[in-house]
Design a binder for this molecule. Structure first.
Ligand SMILES: [Zn+2]
Length: 420
């Protein structure tokens, strides 16, 4: 695979299938023309004006599928390389940043042209370095630090509280409605694109369980009100039923994990247009491999328990009409490596989704969940040229998306970031 310098210009994709990302649409005998940052034509070649194609580089895509760049709605760009949380807390953050830069490249190599970072402290800087062209990476939407309660999910319970408060790490502890509002303002001040909160306990937090409720309805309401006042969406880590219900009633925009959703909550989510990001990948990895990579026994036990119901949750939500967006919750630490993110699509198909719906959850629906569907998510005239060319047909075999040797080209905003 050769690394290409960033080239922008005019490109005519010709000879393959075009999966536009619009519901069910696959165009067999069509061409796609990119000029500068945008898609300017999709259709039959004989309908494309001669002068339009002059000077365009022909990209032959016989046997390939041309599709929208993939979107992972739940990643962490922590540069993590171990699942041992004590070790992780003490690694110099400069080293983590170097690793996170590499993870951004790996995401591009895997065809992911957009990611949403659901809590961290590096993505606002990575986003800047990518936008100015210093490093190669996907478009990033950043929550900056995740907001959680003292002793809640994200807090490092095995360290003294004073030490944790001095860390300026990947989370911000907040207690009481006023402090919650301030925590939102701090993230916005640093450049957050959206706000991430935790309304239940979680797998990786030592002294609480996913079924525990975190944040009071008043605190959630303060966070959501402040975020929406600034035009920002709110994503809630929510696994247990009551904490999901609080987040939904409080008006968040996406439920992350949603492990114990039931029909009633799903109906409310559907009614309010709240998306579910089921993160099957992290549950699967914890249940199958994480024990070999330093994850603590207390986390492994909870992870295995949750993995048993994650697929059920996805299917309840699908049946009740909740829109499902793709998110892995990968952080870079093996076995949750960036670059393997298309695993989520494979798990969705195994859970019963059609390959088209799984792809849609990582393209069109993901863009809608993030509120950037005007720019990306489908291949349409006028939209940003975020394009993935994959050798083969992911509708017949979804696993081609996880095979990096099958990725032929990755284009972001009309720039070729990878070609092989
Ligand atoms: Zn997460």
């Amino acid at each position: 695979m050769k690394d290409t310098p960033e080239v922008r210009g005019s490109f005519l994709f010709k000879g393959g299938k075009i999966l536009t990302g619009k519901p069910g649409e696959v165009l067999p005998d069509s061409v796609l023309l990119v000029e500068e940052q945008r898609i300017v034509f999709i259709g039959r070649e004989d309908e494309l004006k001669i002068e339009k194609r002059e000077g365009a580089r022909i990209v032959p895509v016989e046997g390939c599928t041309v599709m929208p760049g993939l979107i992972d709605c739940h990643v962490h760009l922590w540069g993590a390389r171990t699942l041992d949380y004590l070790h992780r807390a003490l690694v110099p953050d400069e080293l983590n940043m170097i690793r996170a830069v590499k993870d951004c490249e790996s995401l591009i190599e895997a065809g992911f042209t957009t990611v949403r970072e659901a809590g961290g402290n590096k993505s606002i800087h990575l986003r800047k370095a990518i936008e100015e062209g210093t490093i190669k990476g996907p478009r990033i939407l950043s929550a900056h630090r995740a907001i959680c309660i003292t002793g809640g999910h994200y807090d490092l319970h095995f360290l003294p509280l004073d030490y944790v408060k001095g860390m300026k790490g990947i989370f911000r502890l907040a207690d009481g409605a006023d402090d919650c509002r301030k925590a939102v303002r701090e993230q916005l001040r640093e450049g957050a694109d959206f706000i991430k909160i935790c309304t239940t306990g979680g797998v990786m937090s030592q002294r609480n369980h996913p079924n525990e409720v975190q944040f009071s309805p008043e605190e959630i309401s303060a966070i959501v009100g402040e975020s929406h006042d600034h035009g920002r969406k709110v994503a809630s880590h929510a696994q247990g039923r009551n904490g999901i219900a609080n987040a939904v009633k409080g008006g968040v925009d996406t439920i992350e994990h949603g492990t114990y959703v039931d029909e009633e909550i799903c109906d409310e989510m559907e009614k309010r247009g709240i998306y579910l990001i089921p993160t099957l990948s992290i549950m699967h990895k914890i249940a199958t491999e994480a024990g070999n990579y330093g994850m603590s026994p207390w986390a492994l036990g909870k992870g295995a328990e949750l993995n048993k119901v994650a697929v059920k949750a996805l299917n309840i939500a699908r049946k009740r009409g909740v829109r499902i967006a793709c998110g892995t919750d990968f952080s870079g630490a093996p076995p949750m490596r960036h670059g393997d993110n298309a695993l989520e699509l494979i798990l969705m198909v195994q859970a019963g989704m059609s390959p088209y719906d799984a792809i849609s959850s990582a393209t069109k629906v993901a863009a809608e969940a993030l509120g950037i569907e005007e720019q990306i998510g489908t291949l349409e005239q006028g939209k940003c040229a975020d394009i993935l060319v994959v050798d083969g047909d992911p509708l017949k075999d979804i696993s081609v998306l996880q095979n990096k040797s099958r990725i032929r080209m990755v284009m972001k905003e009309g720039r070729v970031l990878l070609e092989s």
